[in-house]
Design a protein around this ligand. Structure first.
Ligand code: GLN
Ligand code: ZN
Length: 765
């Protein structure tokens, strides 16, 4: 019998129970006992659901109150000193490390004020982990036994599980040195970590766990020799310890082939590889397995929401069986299902046709079981037939295919993505029209999304106010924002984006080719969950999406008004993409749809148009090589297709945040002006990299995630610093990002100080 296995299940609850209770706990509305109870219920449900579905290998310790990497830092006592001095309960230490903590002193408790640890993207997913932070004084020791507790908890409920842990090498590799120990190489701590790591493994074994899933996802990255050696060191160390469970080494999100040497002969009982993303790695992986080793074949996608193709998946698994035999193959999800929404059954608004394309975590669990039954020779004919029908219906569906879009994409030539003149010529035409001062000031787009805005949007969605009433309300909000910017003295204005729920969803809802869920939440970090739109078919723009608001905003001011759009790569990255056509095709389709919008904005009299691409950097393939080079090319091309249909005199802006800037990428977009998140970087080397960028740039001068108000003097000194390496003639003045999460009071104060600082420099130059 071929066994079925799941690498991890979403832990947010089918109705976001974890978020609701966690946030209630943070605001003091529920007790820690209540929070723990909800966690326990979610775990129990998840285990039961998988058991009922017939999964053979069910994970435990895939649950977390915040982040599984942070859990490990707590488990191993990798807790920077600044979090330990307040005598907090362990769960509060966890939250303090994850999100920072500020608390006034009470009669019984000390005041607390610590910032959070750094949060980083989990590989190329939209999940963020809390970065382990080590110093010379880090002393690993077990401070709890969460994995053991959760294993036993499941056992009590009659569910035998396979605990999951992030592997020691990935754990260290994904961490960094703390401020006080910058010379520390995290991987140098391996020797100290291994004995403690093996202690938790032996405790799991003593509790009854036969095998443990150890994730080493870094094995799909480009690795230096010392890291590959560390992999060998770690697993050879474990193999020499008495009484450990058998180890299943799991990789995902890529291919292990470039690191196959590190895996060959490794003393682990099984290897898991992602055969959804990289099915071609199977042959070589089969070659290196030793006669006792099992293959865990990841054939059900843990990163996307499409139904698995049972026949294709079975074919892959059968190939492995032919070589290894049924006893040595597991049918598994490609990665943890953390990245998919919990249950498709909760979607009541999707059409039956579209709903049949999808499979969320609860459905994927069943897919793994059906595929394993199929390759075991059990009768699942009915399931196979239904699946084949669904797969072929989707391929042929009108929802999927739009000939006119496909024709348009195939007629793209090199000229389409080029503006008619080089930047310098455009600039001189623009300068005549805009007549901007030196140090022109602007913002990134959104202004505070107040409660009032959310209430009115809800009323409109629920139908308790009419479209006309809602639009009137939006106009009044736009007017407020315009008057405010005039008062403060900004040069290039924005309309404030009050009509937008989200920068991707808002456009997705108006584009043909998208579908939306009502409950398809996925954890992004901590208690923040997102509900990504789904690209279901060829994308086009039936009608203008943003023209009305921009035109209205321009009509009530004599200053330049920026039209504001989300770029093709960002829309693609923050949605569930199609897997039946390449991402490049989808980006180009989005580029064309946005081109129509950009051209319409220009035709309607909008002279400055910003197309945001905050996600452009995170889309970069994990490994150097051809795929990455391709991405550089098509990401830039799709942006340029969107923005190069305009006249020289129309000024194209773009904006980037959330990740390290990449000058080469940004240059390839050929936007006239870019604004970049910068305030926390504050590093002259970043600026230097950028100073030979020919077009104009605004380096973000204040952190929009914080309510803190920088003074005029602080702005002046920041600008002064940048001026040491960045020229006056190309200098724009702006915040890091949009202001939608800020309050009005701090927005007014910060922007006033920012504009005052710009004026100060205008007088000097
Ligand atoms: N224009 C958007 C805003 O200001 C950009 C948001 C972003 O970059 N994440 O909200
Ligand atoms: Zn931004």
């Amino acid at each position: 019998m071929v066994q079925s296995s799941v690498l991890g299940f979403p832990r947010i609850g089918a109705n976001r129970e974890l978020k609701k209770t966690t946030e209630a706990y943070w605001s003091g509305k529920v007790s820690v006992e209540e929070l723990i109870k909800v966690g326990k219920e979610i775990r129990a449900n998840n285990w039961k659901l998988q058991k009922d579905a017939g999964v053979d290998v069910i994970p435990s310790n895939d649950f977390s109150y915040y982040d599984q990497v942070l859990d490990l830092s707590l488990l191993f006592n990798a807790i920077p000193e600044r979090y330990t001095k307040f005598d907090l309960q362990p769960i509060d230490v966890l939250f303090a490390m994850g999100r920072g903590l500020q608390k006034k002193a009470t009669e019984t408790e000390k005041a607390v004020d610590v910032t959070a640890l750094e949060m980083v993207k989990w590989f190329d997913s939209n999940y963020h982990y809390v970065r382990p932070t080590f110093s010379h004084s880090t002393e690993f020791k077990l401070t709890s036994q969460k994995p053991v507790d959760e294993y036993l908890e499941a056992k009590e409920q009659g569910v035998e599980t396979r605990p999951v842990l992030l592997g020691p090498v990935s754990y260290l590799f994904l961490g960094k040195a703390d401020k006080d120990s910058l010379d520390l190489e995290p991987i140098s701590l391996l020797e100290k970590l291994l004995p403690v790591y093996s202690e938790i493994l032996s405790k799991l074994s003593a509790a009854g766990a036969k095998s443990v899933q150890i994730d080493e996802p870094i094995l799909v990255l480009d690795l230096e020799e010392n890291i590959k050696t560390a992999i060998k060191t770690a697993y050879e160390f474990f193999s020499k310890q008495e009484g450990l469970p058998s180890l299943v080494l799991a990789t995902y999100f890529g291919t292990v082939i470039p690191n196959i040497d590190a895996l060959k002969g490794l003393p682990v009982s099984a290897l898991h590889v992602d055969l959804v993303r990289n099915p071609e790695q199977l042959d070589q992986v089969l070659e290196i397995l030793s006669p006792e080793q099992t293959l865990s074949a990841g054939v059900v996608d843990g990163r996307n929401i499409w139904k698995a193709d049972f026949s294709k998946a079975s074919e892959i698994v059968n190939k492995a069986i032919a070589k290894l035999g049924k006893e040595r193959v597991l049918v598994a999800t490609s990665s943890s299902l953390l990245h998919t929404p919990v249950d498709l059954e909760n979607e009541t608004k999707l059409s039956a046709e579209i709903k049949d394309f999808f499979s969320f975590a609860t459905q994927k669990v069943k897919e793994v079981v059906v595929i394993s039954k199929n390759v075991s020779g059990e009768d699942v004919k009915a399931e196979l037939e239904a699946n084949a029908k669904s797969v072929s219906t989707r391929a042929a569906s009108d929802v999927t295919n739009d000939d006119s879009v496909q024709t348009r994409v195939s007629s793209i030539d090199d000229k389409l993505g080029r503006r008619s003149s080089p930047f310098t010529e455009r600039l001189s035409e623009q300068e005549k029209v805009f007549n901007l001062p030196l140090f022109p000031t602007t913002t990134i787009g959104s202004f505070p999304q107040t409660k009032d805005i959310r209430i009115n949007r809800n009323k409109f969605t629920k139908g308790t106010i009419t479209k006309e009433e809602y639009e009137k309300f939006i106009e009044s909000e736009i007017e407020k924002v315009v008057r405010f910017q005039e008062e403060v003295g900004l040069d290039v204005l924005v309309h404030g984006e009050p009509e937008r729920n989200d920068m991707v969803q808002y456009f997705g809802e108006q584009l043909k080719g998208f579908a939306f869920t009502t409950n398809g939440w996925v954890q992004s970090y901590g208690s923040r969950y997102v509900r990504p739109p789904i690209i279901v078919g060829d994308v086009s723009r039936p009608a203008p999406m943003s023209v009305k608001e921009s035109v209205y905003a321009q009509s009530i001011t004599t200053k330049a008004m920026k039209g504001m759009l989300t770029g093709p790569v960002t829309i693609l990255r923050w949605s569930f993409p199609r897997v039946d056509i390449p991402q490049k095709q989808q980006a180009l389709q989005l580029g064309l749809a946005l081109r129509d919008e950009v051209n319409d904005l220009e035709a309607a009299g909008i002279k400055v148009i910003q197309v945001d691409e905050p996600a452009i950097r995170e889309g970069l393939p994990l490994r150097a090589g051809e795929e990455r080079q391709d991405y550089y090319q098509w990401a830039a091309e799709s942006f340029r297709i969107a923005t190069s249909g305009v006249k020289n005199v129309t000024q194209i802006h773009s904006h980037f945040c959330y990740s390290d800037l990449d000058p080469n990428h940004i240059k390839a977009l050929d936007a006239d002006v870019v604004s970049i998140e910068f305030s926390k970087k504050d590093d002259a080397n970043y600026i230097r990299e950028f100073s030979d960028y020919p077009n104009h740039a605004g380096l973000g001068l204040f952190d929009i995630h914080s309510p803190r108000i920088p003074s005029k003097e602080e702005f002046i000194s920041k600008i002064q610093n940048i001026l040491e390496v960045y020229p006056v003639s190309k200098f724009w003045v702006n915040p890091d990002c949009g202001l939608k999460t800020r309050g009005w009071e701090e927005t007014r104060a910060s922007l006033t100080n920012m504009v005052e600082a710009a004026k100060h420099f205008r007088e000097k130059y």
